[in-house]
Each structure stands twice: as C-alpha cells, then as structure tokens.
Design a protein around this ligand. Structure first.
Ligand code: PLP
Length: 348
C-alpha cells in the first residue's frame, strides 16, 4: 500500500460501488429495459450519465486537466463532504483548516463527526505554514486551504502553497473558488507533482452559474476514483449537465476583467470614506472592509436594499464587512449609500 492509500478509510478502500447496467452498453439507440424508467419521452425520462463523460471532456479542454483527474459534484460543497467521507474515520481522525476561512469546512467536519483543528492565519492573513504542519498528528487526514481565501480575499503565494503541500503528511484540499480573479492563478497545472493534492473549483463564482450547482475537484485518477465511488450515482442531474455544457461555450473573460477592474476601483474609492478604516488587498471578487461600526453600517446598507456580509464576529475580522463586487451600477449605488451614511452622521 502506498502512502496515499494508507490515508483512505479501510471501508472505502474495500468498497464495491453501485453500478448500472447502462455502463455495459456503449452503442447508440438501444432499447433500455434495464433501469425501470418510464419509456414515455417526457424529455427527462432517462437517468443522466452518472460519469458525466461529455461534460468532463469539455471541462478537461477548458481547464487543461485530464478527464480522469476531474470529479464533478453538486457544488464544491459535495466535494468537501466527500473528502471527509473518503478519508476521515468519524470520531477518530481529524482535519486541519486555516482560520478565518470558508464555513463549510467546519460544517462538513461536524456532520461527519471529525474534529477540525483551526490554525489562525498570520499577520496580514498570511499562510501559517509552520503552525499548520505543527498541528498535524498521525490522525490528521485533511488540510483545508483556500486561496484566494474567503473572507480575507488574499491569495497565498504559489511557492508557499507548493512547499506546504509537499511537506504535509495527509491530503491537502486547496479551494480555488476565486482563482479566476487572481493574478496568482491556479495550481491545477501542477497536479502531477502532488499525489496528495485535491484542488476545488466551482462554476458558482467567475462562471456565473451558481444556480446550476456544479463544483469541480481536480486530483490524481486514484483519488478521483475514490470520490466517484462514494458519491450518489446520479449526483449531477440531466438539466445541469445540459445547461452547463451550453453555458461553457460562452466566454467569461470579459466579465472577469470587468469584475477585477471594478474591484480595483472600489478598493481605491472606499478609503476616502471616514467610516472606512481599512480595505484589505483582494485577489477575489469581494473586498473585506474594516469600518468604524460594522453593525450600524450593515443596518444602514440593508435599509437601502444593499445586502453585504457582516463578518465582524469572525476571528481576525473585527469591524469587517465583506462586500461582493457587483455590476458597475450596483457598485455606484453602494458608494452613494455610503455617502448618505456619512452625511447623516454630520446632521446627528
Ligand atoms: C463560494 C465558495 C465556494 C462555492 O461553493 P459551491 O458549492 O460550488 O457553490 C467554495 N469555496 C469557497 C471558499 C467559496 O467561497
């Protein structure tokens, strides 16, 4: 058994997955009497491809990752949950995550009865590589990293990430949900260097397809096979497979460029407001903004119909709101509302 196989839960290593008879027939126009489906063509009467072959080929071309290194899930959230189910024995194994970061790592850990060890980010939200390695013991199966990180917005340097992945004794799950907005880019081109790496990306952010629920995991074919064995057989429904295939034919570069340019503009304009103490550098499609009174500003914006995320109770984010970069017109309305907020202050 190699070092990656040793990390897998023994019951998953031994798992005989659900299989469908449809896998045994590759020809066109068969008469399908195997799955107890309705024969009447409602448009949706047949089960979808459980392996999402066509969609994976398309994503393989876009992302430059071989199809057998791609897992597709019902959002990244499914992939996060599967990491726990494949690698962590409930009540026994543990996982490690940076803090503050995406809330789903902790929720998925709790659901799977796996202890999550939180390691605080360093000064200016830097990667605490030494502390993360020190937090690991023989039962540490997963390390969750997020770059660009949510909610801090910063990407970690690729050199720091790759050095940490090379040294971590378990599986590293690198969540790149926001990588499309970052000059630091993605590590997916270097998958073959890291047999212990799972990269998560999603169509929910830069691709603008959050409603369709499609998350991607990129990893070695061995890890992808494990995740595929454990998932529900038909986890990506037919309408999602079709609508995503269609949407991926449209380019997204212009929208990403506009978002990045709007982010820069907002980051340049926000510090002029008296209530704004600090705008953290962002490589994502949002800004973490520290203000004088986060609860009061949050309530003001809400009353103006502008919903942002109040992160002021998150560790290291005291006084902070997380603001998504919207359309130019929406960002203008945000600035107008901030002006009204400060005018109101003068008249108090
Ligand atoms: C938004 C986000 C995701 C996306 O999750 P989906 O389930 O694919 O919509 C994943 N990770 C992080 C850190 C996010 O902020």
């Amino acid at each position: 058994m190699n070092s990656i196989e040793r990390l897998v839960r023994p019951n998953i290593r031994a798992l005989c997955p659900y299989s469908t008879a449809r896998d045994e027939y590759q020809g066109p126009l068969g008469i399908f009497l195997d799955a107890n489906e309705s024969p009447y063509p409602t448009g949706w009467n047949r089960y979808p491809d459980p392996h999402q072959k066509a969609l994976k080929e398309q994503i393989s071309r876009i992302k430059g990752v071989p199809a057998d290194s791609i897992f597709l899930g019902n959002g990244s959230d499914e992939a996060i949950d599967l990491c726990f189910r494949v690698f962590c024995k409930p009540g026994t194994d543990n996982a490690i995550a940076i803090s503050p970061s995406y809330g789903m790592y902790g929720v998925a850990a709790d659901i799977n009865d796996v202890r999550l060890r939180s390691v605080p980010l360093g000064p200016d939200f830097s990667l605490p590589a030494k502390e993360l390695l020190a937090a690991a013991d023989a039962r540490s199966k997963l390390l969750f990293l997020c770059s660009p990180n949510n909610p801090s917005g910063n990407a970690f340097p690729a050199a720091e990430l790759s050095a940490l992945i090379a040294r971590f004794p378990g599986i590293v799950v690198l969540d790149e949900a926001y990588a499309d907005f970052s000059a630091e880019g993605s590590l997916r081109g270097r998958l073959s260097e890291f047999p212990n790496l799972i990269i998560l990306q999603t169509l929910s952010k830069a691709y603008g397809l959050a409603a369709l629920r499609l998350g991607m995991a990129f990893a070695s074919p061995y890890i992808i096979r494990l995740m595929s064995m454990v998932k529900y057989p038909y986890n990506i429904n037919q309408s999602t497979q079709e609508l995503v295939a269609k949407a991926l034919r449209e380019p997204v570069e212009d929208r990403i460029a506009e978002t990045v340019s709007q982010r820069r503009q907002l980051a340049a304009e926000l510090p002029a407001f008296r209530c704004v103490r600090r705008v953290y550098p962002s490589d994502a499609n949002f800004l973490l903004v520290q203000v004088d009174d986060a609860d009061r500003l949050y309530a003001h914006l809400l009353a103006d119909g502008i919903i942002v995320r109040n992160r002021s109770r998150v560790p290291q984010c005291a006084g902070c709101l997380r603001i998504t970069v919207g359309l130019p017109s929406e960002n203008d309305k945000l600035l107008t509302s901030l002006q009204a907020y400060e005018k109101g202050d003068i008249h108090r």
